[in-house]
Design a protein around this ligand. Sequence first.
Ligand code: NAD
Ligand code: MN
Length: 358
Amino acid sequence: MTTYRIAAIPGDGIGGEVISAGVEVLDALARRDGSFSFTFDSFDWGGEYYKRNGRMMPENGRDLIRDHDAILFGSAGHPEIPDHITLWGLRLAICQPFDQYANVRPTRILPGITSPLRHVSGPELDWVIVRENSEGEYAGVGGRVHQGSPLEAATDVSMFTRLGVARIIRFAFRLAQSRPRRHLTVVTKSNAQRHAMVMWDEVAAEVAGEFPDVTWDKMLVDAMTVRMVMKPDSLDTIVATNLHADILSDLAAALAGSLGIAPTANLNPERDFPSMFEPIHGSAFDITGKGVANPVGTFWSSVMMLEHLGEADAAARLMAAIERVTGDPRCHTPDLGGTARTADVTAAVIAAINGAND
Ligand code: NAD
Ligand code: MN
């Protein structure tokens, strides 16, 4: 029997609520399957840890999770700590050194969920957004001088390397090639940003030559928001920079019904380091502790984790269980207009995993 070692990092806010739901569901899935199991090591890193220790994770934190098979992450973000400290001190402190350069965000309208797009019922919207996750606008290059004085100046420099751009575009072409539509849309802003974004376009054209069976097109990011809303069925796989894809994927999540559903994989495709799986949403302070956080984003992220671990059958079983549960409006949490609680959705998914029919 294979035992997977998973590092669980709930983080802050509703992170704890959705990660414990995810652990329950994954354990149920392993029991149902019988051929593998999980060992979860939980790490209490995040805002409360920061308040006690002055940092979001211990100095040797990455060494403690380097040899795990995967990382299941909740959210970084605490009401009493500035967001750039929580983000850089935990999430980016894991993603960037572990070279999880491919951030993969599937978006579909699950059964039973209503899109805010009036002309979309489901099949028209089936995308995967690939976000460059290691450099670009979030490279951390920049600084501030003369802080607080009228002379103050501040820069955030976007840093793009040919290697970084080529590897993410190649990853996106491969992913597009594996999907039925075999279509990739490359998003930039190469009209206004005339250096790195122009390099993106050039690299995309070069890499496209390696994938003659994939059709592709280019979009400027502003026009892309319009296309996502007006012509969702014209899109399939999408690749964009760290910042652009961050924004587009929140839009995608909303168009698919709720931020509470959307999943993410932060992949190190070479598997030199563990990959990290997390819901797209943040700490959601407004609903923390109320027991109503939608755990579906974490469950769907767990599907992506199982796929990464090579447990394709278990991944498919969990996805089917999720879709069975979203299909029942009684299992909708308040973000979806329902009255179900996190625990109800979790119990329903576990029942569906075990094949109980109502
Ligand atoms: P958020 O995702 O926390 O919340 C946005 C809105 O969506 C809120 O109304 C919230 O209640 C709702 N929502 C989010 N997830 C939900 C769920 N699972 N079920 C039901 N409703 C849900 O975004 P925000 O308010 O911009 O950020 C709050 C904090 O989270 C900030 O500190 C931010 O930095 C952090 N954050 C962290 C991450 C991350 O760690 N990956 C991502 C986004 C935001
Ligand atoms: Mn985001």
